[in-house]
Design a protein around this ligand. Structure first.
Ligand SMILES: Nc1ncnc2c1ncn2[C@@H]1O[C@H](COP(=O)(O)OP(=O)(O)OP(=O)(O)O)[C@@H](O)[C@H]1O
Length: 361
């Protein structure tokens, strides 16, 4: 993994919106069991079987198994797992593109799982928007009309929706391509149209289902940077599905790691890398350069007797790599604070220990 791959955006994370206490999304006890006798399994001891055991005993498959989590307003929440871990099913349950077997999903205080068909339609039009891997653009519509589509469906007047669509086209860097058709654009540009279309409806939550998996690595990195930039500009709550750990670490304020339909760990990139919940996660993060992800919180130590405490001040959520130069330049240990609270100090050795460890074979 090269130094340029992860590029954590600590400032963006620090600037996360804290707009009220109500979570943007709340998921409680969510299940999806596929198969002929799925409804007979919940509430019985069979529900506790592993995915494999359940499948061989009943022929049913627990794609999502008792999943609960909350996503804060303005947070970028990444769901990560290998193929088959249940990510796509989970994201489809959030919008009820798949009906849950049990559990509740609340978006912006509205219970999606109890919503009538009409209510669900309103929720989908106004509160959430999805960006797909296969773009999902309408081939016979120009870029501007693709971007305006959600507003058209919502019944907005032509002038208003075109004005909004133009704003979004400009926002995603496609000015000048308004009148192009999707097949005249590269994959990366098409995905920018997908982003603009999702943003146009000003949703409460933006859902991304592996949006960049089909793009080549350089374009993919551009698009990841684009998501970071857009998030800084519009501050939307984002739920991002990926199987790529680097993408998860780069984009996520927090990451949910799934395996066989279950949550293995939820944490910030630094928490996941510093304290992997089990061998599965440890294996995932073993190649990650720790200085790119860990924050000073994970490096800080109590001052030693007689150590001078008049060095520069830094906040605990600074990424080690970003802090390194300043720490190494200072003749005094850096004092680390969590808000107003003094946590301890960090000096050259503390930084080098992290950097040298990641060089070890
Ligand atoms: N309609 C369905 N009927 C039966 N089993 C299904 C159905 N949809 C998904 N599954 C199974 O549920 C499990 C989870 O699939 P899901 O597609 O959610 O995983 P994923 O993590 O998104 O994987 P991928 O990245 O490969 O799409 C898999 O074992 C899959 O075969």
């Amino acid at each position: 993994m090269s130094a340029s791959v992860i590029e954590p955006t600590s400032s963006r994370r620090a600037a996360r919106q804290e707009d009220g206490n109500r979570p943007a999304l709340k998921v409680e006890g969510l299940w999806k069991i596929f198969g002929p006798k799925a409804d007979k399994i919940l509430g019985t001891p069979d529900a506790q079987l592993s995915r494999k055991e359940l499948q061989s005993k009943t022929g049913c498959l627990a794609a999502v198994k008792d999943v609960s989590f909350e996503v804060a307003r303005g947070e970028v929440f990444v769901v990560m797992g290998l193929s088959g871990s249940g990510k796509s099913t989970l994201v489809r349950l959030l919008t009820r593109l798949i009906e849950p077997s049990a559990g509740t999903v609340t978006i912006d205080g509205e219970d999606v799982t109890q919503a009538s068909k009409t209510k669900l339609r309103t929720l989908r039009r106004n509160h959430m928007a999805m960006v797909f891997q296969q773009f999902g653009l309408l081939p016979h519509r120009k870029v501007i009309d693709n971007v305006a589509y959600g507003l058209e469906v919502r019944g907005e007047g032509k002038a208003a929706r075109l004005a909004r669509a133009q704003e979004m086209v400009d926002l995603v860097g496609l000015s000048g391509y308004e009148r192009s058709f999707p097949d005249q654009l590269s994959g990366g540009m098409q995905q920018r149209v997908g982003l603009a279309r999702a943003l146009a409806v000003d949703p409460e939550v933006l859902l991304f289902d592996e949006p960049f998996s089909a793009l080549d690595p350089l374009i993919r990195r551009d698009m990841q940077n684009e998501v970071c930039r857009l998030h800084e500009e519009v501050g939307k709550t984002m739920i991002f599905i990926t199987h790529d750990l680097q993408e998860a670490l780069k984009l996520g304020d927090r990451i949910l790691i799934m395996r066989d339909g279950e949550i293995v760990q939820i944490g910030t990139p630094a928490e996941v890398v510093a304290n992997p919940a089990d061998d599965y996660v440890r294996d995932f993060v073993s190649e990650v350069p720790r200085s790119h992800v860990l924050t000073l919180r994970y490096v800080v130590r109590p001052p030693r007797p007689g150590e001078e405490l008049d060095g520069p001040v830094m906040q605990a959520d600074r990424i080690v790599r970003d802090a390194a130069q300043q720490v190494l330049r200072s003749s005094q240990p850096v004092r680390v604070f969590d808000g107003e609270d003094f946590l301890g100090v960090v000096d050259d050795d503390d930084i080098l220990r992290v950097v040298v460890a990641e060089e070890a074979p």
